[in-house]
Design a protein around this ligand. Structure first.
Ligand code: ZN
Length: 434
């Protein structure tokens, strides 16, 4: 095993057992461990802060949680596996018959050995997640079951995020976001939060990035919303990005497209897969998923893709205790890391142009780019002519769209697009912004 694989394995072992949630000490512990990999800042947003349509929840603290039978034998204990307790469970102490307890118990429909992962962030409730053997023991218990959840919600607490800003030559930024709210679940999303730290370390080592980079580790949904609210103007300047999740499973590579399927990020990911001879699954943009839901919302409209290895929702162990370190391997994360590095390296060289004539058409003859005799031209069906491409490029160069995406839309090579844009720049039709 090489050093990088060893290093990733070391952090997988270290971080896997931590009880993470949308808030809490587990998230702080995770981020402070990730600081050993990349120099991220740990930032706290106070509970109770309004963030767009949401409010940052009180910080959940849990000390112990278990169920014992009438003989005092422990059947379920949070300290054996943090998935046993529904995340954000409120405090409970008392005796329950199985008929009362049943609505607070969750088991997996198809995987008898698995403990499912459940949360109750926004509804005060409590519950335990169990495997089928534990469920049978609870069902067969003689007499009442004793339940204890020693937890509380601290209104003076906070939601913790990690942030690392890497300045480049340009102030145009690329976002790399991952989520850290899942407890002991390896592919979704310990693999993602860890790989993101190594990806940040790689970008720091570049000689001089052209773009600036914004790496963030946030609890999914509420963390991304809070981050957008707390950094609204900066987030509105983001060019494009990646949401890193599910990068360490044994299953196939794939990628979830950005909301604009012709965006450069999609073209670059496909280019990297093709060059590496990797078969991949394309998942079109969908309203379900991860934090691209927030970043792509109307107010931000950032094109963000996810390059995955064994995508969330798709593998049988998703959101169960079987998504563990027997399933996820450091080698798979290293493979994903290399692909992400390649995508970012290409995205970094991506060119952006802005048309200098946006009010009506340009008078191309004034710029020496129109055929001498008018009237002879009939648009051709198959190959676009240079004139066609000039007109399309004037139409599409809006200062935001990258040239890989433009080439993909026009179905011509990016080299051809660059060649024509260079001529157009010399003839004062466009300016290069990045
Ligand atoms: Zn998940």
């Amino acid at each position: 095993m090489n050093t990088l694989t060893n290093e990733i394995e070391h952090y997988l072992e270290l971080l896997f057992p931590i009880n993470r949630s949308v808030t809490g000490s587990g998230n702080r512990a995770t981020l402070s461990t990730l600081q050993e990999v990349a120099p991220l800042d740990i930032i706290e947003y106070p509970s109770g802060s309004p963030v767009f349509d949401w409010v940052i929840p009180n910080e959940w603290r849990v000390r112990e949680a278990w169920i014992k039978d009438a003989a005092g034998k422990t059947i379920v204990d949070f300290k054996w596996c943090n998935l046993h307790l529904v995340s954000y469970s409120e405090a409970v102490s008392g005796l329950f018959g199985i008929s009362e307890l049943r609505r607070h118990l969750h088991s997996h429909r198809f995987l008898p050995d698995a403990i499912p992962y459940r949360t109750t962030y926004y509804k005060r409730d409590w519950g335990f997640c169990v495997n089928s053997t534990q469920m049978e023991s609870l069902e067969a218990a003689d007499g009442p079951l004793e339940v204890l959840i020693d937890s509380d919600f601290n209104p003076k607490g906070s939601l913790t995020i990690g942030e690392l800003l890497i300045p480049g030559e340009l102030d145009k930024e690329i976002l790399v976001s991952t989520y850290l709210c899942h407890p002991s679940l390896a592919n979704d999303n310990l693999s993602g939060m860890l790989m993101t730290a190594f990806l940040a370390r790689e970008v720091i080592s570049w000689d001089q990035p052209r773009h600036s980079y914004r790496f963030i580790w946030v609890p999914e949904t509420i963390g991304a919303i809070s981050y957008c609210a707390m950094n609204e103007s900066a987030m509105k300047r983001i060019q494009s990005g990646l949401v890193v999740t599910s990068v360490g499973g044994p299953g196939p590579f794939g990628y979830k497209q950005t909301f604009d399927p012709n965006h450069s990020v999609n073209s670059l990911i496909e280019e990297v897969f093709a060059e590496e001879n990797i078969d991949f699954i394309t998942y079109p943009f969908d309203m379900r998923g991860s934090d691209e839901r927030q970043y792509s919302s109307q107010g931000f409209r950032i094109n963000v893709a996810s390059l995955t290895k064994d995508k969330y929702y798709e593998y049988p162990y998703y959101h169960t205790s079987l998504d563990n370190l027997d399933y996820v391997k450091a080698e798979y994360i290293v493979e994903s890391l290399r692909l992400h590095q390649e995508v970012l390296a290409r995205l970094d060289t991506e060119r952006t142009y802005r048309s200098l004539i946006s009010n009506c058409e340009a008078m191309l003859s004034r710029h020496g780019l129109y055929p001498d005799t008018g009237g002879a031209r009939v648009p051709e069906a198959d190959e676009p002519t240079e004139l066609d491409l000039i007109l399309w490029l004037l139409w599409m160069c809006d200062g935001r769209s990258g040239t890989h995406g433009i080439a993909r839309t026009l179905d011509v090579s990016v080299d051809r697009v660059h060649e024509i844009l260079t001529t157009m720049e010399e003839n004062l039709l466009v300016e290069r912004l990045a």
